[in-house]
Design a binder for this molecule. Structure first.
Ligand SMILES: [Zn+2]
Length: 354
């Protein structure tokens, strides 16, 4: 290492939102990339081909993922069950008995593999209430399922739904991949009015890019869509306030190149950031590295806040970030897929010290 290269000690990222896809070599390589990208916790999302809606399906999925962990590269998992309008209390009780304490709500057809998503949120109130009673956290992809609402506003229009869940149940609500700066005031009010019951995850790609820099790059196409620079700056400013309820969550979502550059139909949504996740968060939040207090905020956001929410042990390793340019490569091999990451050819400010 060159004397002039600044370096910073961070922790491994606790990443509660990753798409491991189907059991097999793609899953295996995503687990590897998550480790190499700086994480030691993965929360695998349940929207696989056949969605994970029962305790049995989730346990099988998580146990399979564990078999792909390299013993030299330890990784913990947060099991997630999909919550649908048909979820029963008996199934949730089985989940709790085997240690599944996180459920995920998808909006019908607003994102990848959401055909089992929710049409009518009022049907979810009793299910969210059971989750509260049983100690299952309720994570939601908050984009309104009614297609009458424009894509740009679909997240914002979910604020009253989250509010109803908070008011009429005792469940912990986790708003996944917040992207709309207009929500910040309401999120703060939720966290203030319902202490310990409202949490927010933010992806690295929503912090690093805005819709203008994403325009024309199909590899950055994701749900919810990357929004304006003003939105991005509001999310970054929220992180700087060091709230215990704001945390990283990558939403790393691989797709084969054929599905991104589609010749028929629409491209698949999802940004594959796993292999350089720490670098992308550090790049987007590089101003935090100017002071020791800023570095502490960065560590809280990327590691400690999620560990305390999910009652996980402390970070299994330190990750040393070096201020040294890293060029996002043209593709990664993930199982038999060729996955093009967002920002191919762009230069990030950091590398992980080997
Ligand atoms: Zn996701």
């Amino acid at each position: 290492m060159n004397q002039s290269e600044e370096q910073y000690t961070a922790e491994a990222i606790a990443d509660p939102h990753v798409h491991l896809r189907e059991i097999g070599w793609v899953m295996s390589d995503v687990v590897r990339d998550c480790y190499d990208g700086g994480s030691d916790v993965i929360g695998p999302q349940p929207n696989t081909n056949s969605p994970r809606i029962t305790e049995q399906e989730v346990s099988w999925y998580i146990n399979s993922a564990k078999t792909f962990v390299n013993p030299l590269k330890p990784m913990s998992f947060i099991p997630f069950v999909m919550l649908t309008e048909c979820t029963t209390r008996a199934e949730l009780e089985k989940c709790v008995a085997t240690g599944i304490r996180d459920g995920k709500i998808y909006p019908y057809m607003r994102t990848t593999k959401s055909a089992h998503g929710v049409h009518c949120y009022s049907n979810m109130i009793p299910i969210v209430r059971w989750c509260g009673e049983l100690g299952i956290k309720v994570h939601a992809h908050f984009e309104h399922p009614n297609s009458v609402h424009p894509n740009r506003d679909a997240e914002y229009l979910c604020l009253p739904i989250a509010e109803i869940f908070l008011e009429s149940t005792k469940a912990i609500i986790v708003w996944e991949h917040g992207s709309d700066g207009r929500c910040v005031r309401a999120w703060k009010k939720f966290a203030n009015d319902f202490p310990g019951r409202f949490y927010l995850t933010l992806t690295a790609h929503h912090l690093a890019w805005d819709e203008d820099s994403a325009f024309g790059d199909v590899r950055k196409k994701c749900k919810p869509p990357i929004k304006t620079d003003l939105d991005r700056l509001q999310l970054i400013s929220l992180i700087g306030e060091n709230h215990y309820w704001v945390m990283a969550g990558s939403d790393a979502a691989p797709h084969d190149v054929e599905n991104k550059h589609a010749h028929k139909g629409k491209c698949s949504c999802g940004d594959y950031t796993a292999p350089f996740l720490h670098l992308l968060y550090a790049h987007a939040l590089s101003h935090l590295f100017l002071t020791p207090r800023g570095i502490e905020i960065y560590i809280n956001f990327t590691s400690r806040n999620a560990r305390s929410l999910h009652k996980l042990p402390r970070s299994s390793r330190n990750v040393i970030l070096v201020r040294k340019p890293f060029t996002i490569p043209p593709f990664y091999k993930v199982g038999d897929w060729t996955v093009e990451p967002p920002g191919v050819g762009e230069v990030l400010e950091f590398q992980i010290a080997k």
